[in-house]
Design a protein around this ligand. Structure first.
Ligand SMILES: *Cc1c(COP(=O)(O)O)cnc(C)c1O
Length: 223
């Protein structure tokens, strides 16, 4: 039995919702990976979640992850770190050392840099193609029309793409965008879907999410 700290309660709540939603969707909750988004949180804030047994975390900046995670990884075995934020090609090598999964691959130059970096350290990092699903101006992610070309580039450079990721436009109903991402993944025979955050992960699970990225619901509001 674990003590009922606020962190334990928060993760238990999220896990209960995942199970409940998976049941409604007639899916197995084991097929849904909860990525606890620990960006902006200090090691002290992250430790209780690790203490509660959670091991899969998401960070959006290479530099910030490099400052926090080597120590946490040495304290808690079996950590899996996901990069969910934009990645500059010149940080590909650092990202390759730190991260186990990358959700934000969105252009050929980055694919090339990642392929090279992974070969150099002999590490295969499964990646998602991030899609600019709402065709928004200032947003990361590739255009829907360039998915096929990027998949070819990934194959050419030895980068394994396991699925698609999106961040739907803010303040509108996300379900149509999640459904579209699921359709695009199916069309390209990609098994994984990274979609859904604190406010909409249940909807995302109903529409096929295999990876949900949840921060606020686990850690509270970001300062
Ligand atoms: C911050 C962030 C999340 C988590 O958002 P919450 O609303 O705190 O759950 C998910 N995905 C990405 C890409 C993020 O940057």
């Amino acid at each position: 039995m674990q003590d009922a700290t606020p962190e334990n309660t928060a993760i238990q709540n999220v896990q209960d919702k995942i199970s409940h939603t998976a049941k409604i969707a007639r899916r197995k909750s084991d097929d849904i990976t909860l990525v606890a988004v620990s960006k902006t949180r200090s090691a002290e804030e992250i430790r209780p979640l690790l203490g509660a047994g959670h091991r899969i975390f998401g960070e959006n900046r290479v530099q910030e992850a490099a400052e926090k995670w080597p120590e946490l990884k040495s304290e808690f075995s079996g950590c899996e770190l996901h990069l969910i934020g934009q990645l500059q090609s010149n940080k590909a090598a650092d990202a390759t050392v730190l991260f186990d999964v990358i959700h934000s691959v969105d252009r050929t130059s980055l694919i090339k840099a990642l392929g090279k970096a992974m070969r150099e350290v002999d590490k295969n990092i499964p990646c998602f193609l991030q899609v600019n699903i709402g065709d928004e101006e200032q947003k990361g992610g590739c255009a829907i029309g360039s998915i096929a070309d990027l998949l070819s580039a990934a194959q050419k450079h030895g980068v394994e793409i396991i699925g698609l990721m999106c961040l739907p436009p803010a303040d509108v109903e996300p379900a149509p965008y999640f459904a579209l991402l699921a359709e695009l993944a199916a069309r390209h025979e990609l098994p994984s879907l990274s979609m859904g955050m604190s406010g909409d992960y249940e909807t995302a699970i109903m529409l096929g999410a295999t990876h949900i990225r949840v921060g606020t619901a686990l850690f509270g509001p970001r300062g």
